[in-house]
Design a binder for this molecule. Structure first.
Ligand SMILES: [Fe+2]
Length: 344
């Protein structure tokens, strides 16, 4: 084989293998130092989603699903496939995804089982259907790994955003039901259980420890800083909450912000945590097509502002020149329910 042919063969092979190993994508943006992220969750595939056009009014650079993209609790994979297709072929969603890059994770109802975790026997099959929904390449690491977690790097001039999308379902071990029935779950005893599983924890540790991003946005699906309500949250495993807080502190990762959904309400939770040099935020936005309209209130010592129990979506506006993020909770007619700013 002539030398130039050898190079022609070898170089693309090296490039391909690098691409396959990398869990990240770098996308450059020309607009100086501004970036708008939208997110939302809890979308019934048979209910008209009136918010896609409202989200577009905010000109987001990306939309991150926080899960419950569809509602389909089932073990029937043909049925699951049909329901993902129902959402993918929805005309207003198709119009939205033509204009905005869309990434995300699953929660329980698009995973296939209410409040489900590692025990769900169809998770590997649903994982492929979930990745098909996002048109994820067959060479993407998510096609061969267990769980849908990944990260995406966004380069904006000399600044960097790291979007970390977690899988809080695939590895999550059993929760403890409240024996009194007053709440749905109580915290697991004696440090029992895992939220992310060993492989995902190891990956997340590397992701955080090696991050030189200005902001590290973690999409969690279930809530992190609001945990007293007794529904699903990281608070069902206090040792895992501690582990993530310690990781954020020890990694020195800048501007960590947690996003969540699941609850059919929106709220902003903020906490001061030892050795994290900025307030940690957990911004919850849910749901897109239906919300907890009968919400009467619940305890959350970390909440700032009110609970929004109308349909809603979240917007994060990054000003990288001033290292500031402005959070907005918006809804029908792009109505602004809540805004909160944090300088880092
Ligand atoms: Fe939901």
């Amino acid at each position: 084989m002539k030398l130039q042919y050898i190079f022609l063969f070898i170089i693309p092979s090296i490039l391909l293998s690098c691409e396959n190993k990398g869990k990240e994508t770098i996308a450059k943006k020309k607009v100086p130092n501004k970036y708008t992220l939208a997110f939302g969750s809890c979308n019934n595939q048979f209910t008209t989603n009136t918010l896609w056009k409202e989200i577009l009014k905010n000109k987001p650079d990306i939309f991150i699903w926080g899960g419950d993209i569809i509602y389909c609790d089932t073990y029937d994979m043909k049925f699951m496939k049909k329901n993902y297709a129902q959402q993918k072929n929805d005309s207003s969603y198709m119009d939205f995804t033509k204009q905005v890059e869309t990434i995300g994770t699953w929660d329980d109802h698009d995973y296939g089982i209410n409040d489900g975790g590692a025990e769900y026997s169809k998770k590997d099959s649903v994982q492929q259907l979930f990745l098909d929904f996002f048109d994820i390449d067959q060479n993407d690491p998510r096609r061969s790994q267990q769980g849908v977690y990944f990260s995406k790097k966004i380069e904006i001039n000399e600044h960097l955003l790291n979007l970390i999308v977690l899988d809080t379902r695939y590895f999550r071990s059993n929760l403890t039901k409240d024996p009194t029935g007053a709440k749905r779950y109580i915290p697991n005893k004696g440090g029992e259980g895992t939220f992310l599983g060993d492989n995902q924890w190891n990956w997340l540790e590397k992701e955080m420890n090696n991050s030189n991003a200005d902001f590290n946005i973690i999409m969690s699906s279930v809530q992190f800083l609001s945990f007293k309500h007794g529904f699903e949250s990281w608070g069902t495993m206090p040792h895992e909450v501690k582990k993530l807080k310690n990781l954020i502190a020890d990694s020195n990762a800048k501007g960590v912000i947690i996003l969540s959904g699941d609850r059919h309400i929106a709220e902003i939770s903020v906490d001061t945590i030892a050795n994290i040099p900025y307030p940690l935020m957990d911004i919850t936005s849910s749901g897109l097509t239906h919300s907890y309209t009968s919400f009467k209130g619940e305890e959350n010592p970390n909440r700032v502002g009110n609970v929004v129990s109308e349909k809603n979506f979240g917007i994060l506006k990054f000003d990288l020149t001033n290292n500031t993020v402005t959070i907005e909770i918006r809804g029908e007619n792009n109505k602004l329910y809540q805004t909160y700013s944090q300088k880092y």
